[in-house]
Design a binder for this molecule. Structure first.
Ligand code: CA
Length: 715
């Protein structure tokens, strides 16, 4: 007989199962914890899961072993105990964590109910590879799992870590709450955070907007936007690169920040800029490329994006300068956050400080790996949930961020994400919160996951809309699958739903969302092949001109759909990554934005720019509730296939466009659409996007193929 898995489920009970239930005698079991035996006072069997009730509580600072005989035993894991209410009642804390600094004293707090002892280590130097720097060791004291110490000195400029005696090991860990870190994130840094603000930051605030549907998001990478020589940006690959004004290509067309402003988007979404692993990018020598979805220190910025990664304040100051520069140009900054996994589970502070708590485990005790990155964090455990909430609130307040894009949000539990929204609402309702609601194979029941299928339980959260993405361009997992914009037929009714942000419009036209604000409409982002590369696969027989029409068609649909559009930087000038599907470690030559290509495709850029402007000027494109959609949007009957046409009644009485007609014709040929009576002015077709009428139409309108047509009337 073998014990398959034994778990401590309460402080005085153990649950286990065995491979052969008929083969053993229950009274024979005994338990050892902290070198003593604990008596079993009762037991019961529920579907071959046996529970033992112990005569006293297990000491969770020490291992616990369940014995049948000297050959048959199992060490008990504590994962279920850490998740239970009894544990939370005793150890969950809302006390401040991390470092509190002022000039006269510093106080350090770290949470680990399983640690036997914790020391604070203070260093003069931040580089862990410099072995000449020996730490001063200061003992910390514990109250209910919270370890703290106060040092009555000005510790500014020093570095710190924690030395934790846990699970029979002495671990050295960076404070997970560290707000400043040393080179390569090796140690926490003691700095005066107030001194990191650039001039003018005290008066800076997030960008205002009335509704989230008023935003147009532009995803970019700090590195990619400025590393190409033709960007004309001095601080190549740095936060400061995005603060430079008057940067141009040799054709005298703006790049970087000026270009982003010129395009007219409202928010940038910035790929990881928290401190990611030194194994992904060595901050001392950042020649290797990595996107940075490899979290190391959640609350500090990445060093390789600063001009001096050796200075803990520099990276903070320069990131704030970048945010300030965007805000001065009326652009919000959304941060891509990655709380769903850490780069390396074993060496991460979470695991070094409190083994087994911060990561999710499968029923058999193995690590859950729904992220496919080796580990999933356990947001359902209250102190992990608290960490995520604390961390995002810290970023929002300290850096004046405008929003968060939650990577693999479907790994997290619904309650954590709703709590985040609730806390952000208290701070500033303008802060955007949206993420990837994919349903991944993580060890959390489906009804608890923050996925698209549970979006009705997350009414104020936005979701990357893969329904519209795949409808437009084809299934993302197949390079050759076509979608509406690339020639797949019979998608009309589904495209009607996409046009309404996949909201629950009617019995026939419906999607998962309660509101258009839940739908982040996109085709391309950093993941998967670029739209232009995809068209090279799906429409390889066509001319470049035809493929460009399809690209324009795709972006035209995104910008005229209800919901929140998200563009990937460079898609508006047909950016290519040479067909590479996952360029996370591809060199700069693949990833960097080629600004001369932008110059080459400037007509395409102009088309997108005008469409963004039309969207921003006319509120009909930006309805914010399902009721507004139901009351103001009607579909027109179109006898031809592969065509969708609808009319949006203006809800804004000051808008001279009383009705807007939008037509998506995916055929290669023109299609007649019968408009409602009156005179309609065409402003956008497949060739041109304009703020002014191009032509007037009554009755039948001939909508050109592979293109969006937008018309309006004033009565
Ligand atoms: Ca780093």
């Amino acid at each position: 007989m073998n014990i398959i898995r034994a778990s401590i489920t309460r402080f005085n009970s153990i649950e286990f199962n065995v491979d052969n239930i008929n083969d053993f005698n229950l009274v024979q079991f005994y338990v050892k914890n902290r070198d003593k035996s604990i008596n079993i006072i009762s037991h019961y069997n529920n579907n071959n899961i046996i529970t033992l009730v112990l005569s006293e509580e297990v000491d969770i600072k020490y291992p616990c072993t369940l014995y049948y005989d000297e050959h048959t035993f199992a060490s008990c894991d504590y994962y279920k105990l850490f998740a239970c209410e009894e544990f939370n009642a005793r150890f969950f804390t809302l006390d401040e964590l991390g470092l509190y600094y002022n000039e006269t004293f510093s106080e350090f707090r770290v949470w680990s109910p399983v640690a036997i002892s914790v020391n604070l280590l203070i260093y003069n130097k931040g580089d862990v590879t410099d072995l000449t720097s020996k730490p001063t060791k200061i003992q910390m004291s514990e109250i209910n799992g919270l370890w703290s110490v106060r040092v009555d000195k000005n510790l500014k400029g020093r570095f710190y870590t924690y030395e934790i005696n846990v699970n029979g090991n002495i671990n050295e860990a960076v404070d997970p709450y560290a707000k400043a870190v040393s080179i390569n994130g090796g140690r926490g840094a003691i700095i005066d955070l107030l001194k990191t603000d650039p001039i003018g930051f005290e008066n800076d605030a997030p960008i205002n907007h009335e509704n989230f549907s008023d935003t147009v998001i532009y995803e970019l990478s700090i590195r990619d936007i400025s590393t190409n020589k033709n960007a004309g940006i001095k601080n190549s690959g740095k936060f400061l690169g995005l603060t430079e004004k008057n940067t141009k290509t040799k054709n005298n067309i703006p790049t970087g920040l000026d270009y982003i402003k010129y395009l007219g988007i409202t928010h940038v979404q910035i790929m990881p800029m928290f401190d990611f692993s030194y194994k992904s990018i060595d901050e001392k020598n950042p020649y290797k490329y990595n996107w940075g979805y490899d979290p190391q220190n959640y609350n500090a910025p990445e060093g390789s994006y600063s001009t001096n990664p050796y200075s803990p304040s520099c990276r903070i100051n320069e990131l704030k300068q970048m945010i300030l520069a965007f805000h001065k140009n009326g652009i919000g900054v959304n941060m891509d956050v990655v709380y769903n996994h850490v780069f390396e589970f074993k060496s991460h502070s979470f695991e070094l400080i409190f083994p087994g708590y911060y990561f999710r485990h499968n029923e058999d005790g193995s690590l859950s790996n729904g992220t496919d990155c080796g580990n999933d964090t356990a947001s359902e455990n209250l102190m992990m949930k608290r960490f995520i909430v604390d961390s995002m609130l810290f970023w929002a307040k300290e850096y004046h961020l405008d929003g968060f894009r939650i990577d693999l949000m479907g790994i997290h539990d619904i309650d954590t994400i709703n709590t985040l929204r609730h806390k952000l609402n208290i701070l500033d309702r303008n802060i955007m919160l949206y993420g990837e609601g994919w349903n991944l194979a993580t060890s959390l029941s489906n009804d608890k996951k923050a996925t698209i299928s549970n979006s009705s339980k997350l009414p104020e959260i936005g979701f990357f809309n893969d329904i519209t993405r795949d409808l437009l361009q084809g299934n993302v997992f197949s390079k050759i699958d076509r979608g509406f914009i690339s020639g797949k037929e019979d998608l009309e009714s589904k495209i009607m739903s996409s046009a309404l942000g996949c909201t629950k419009y009617s019995n026939f036209i419906s999607g998962p969302f309660l509101s258009p604000l839940q739908s982040i409409n996109y085709i391309s982002c950093h993941d998967n092949i670029t739209l232009w590369d995809r068209l090279m696969f799906t429409n390889s027989q066509e001319s470049e001109e035809n493929r460009l029409e399809r690209l324009k068609f795709a972006i035209g649909i995104l910008l005229t759909c209800q919901g929140i559009p998200l563009l990937s930087s460079g898609m508006e000038f047909a950016i290519s990554k040479g067909g590479i599907e996952n360029s996370f470690i591809s060199p700069d030559e693949i990833n960097s934005i080629d600004w001369e290509r932008r110059d080459e495709y400037i007509e395409l850029v102009e088309y997108v720019k005008v469409l963004i402007n039309l969207r921003k000027t006319h509120s009909g494109f930006r309805l914010s509730t399902l009721d507004d959609i139901k009351n103001n949007i009607e579909f027109l009957f179109v006898p031809s296939k592969n065509t969708v046409a609808f009319i949006i009644k203006s809800i804004d009485i000051t808008d001279s466009w009383h009705n807007i007609a939008v037509i998506y014709n995916a055929n290669q040929y023109s299609v007649e659409v019968k408009l409602t009576p009156g005179t309609w002015k065409l402003v956008t077709n497949k060739h041109v996007a304009s703020n002014k009428p191009i032509s007037s139409h009554n009755g039948l309108f001939l909508a050109e193929g592979i293109g969006v047509s937008v018309l309006y009337n004033t009565h």
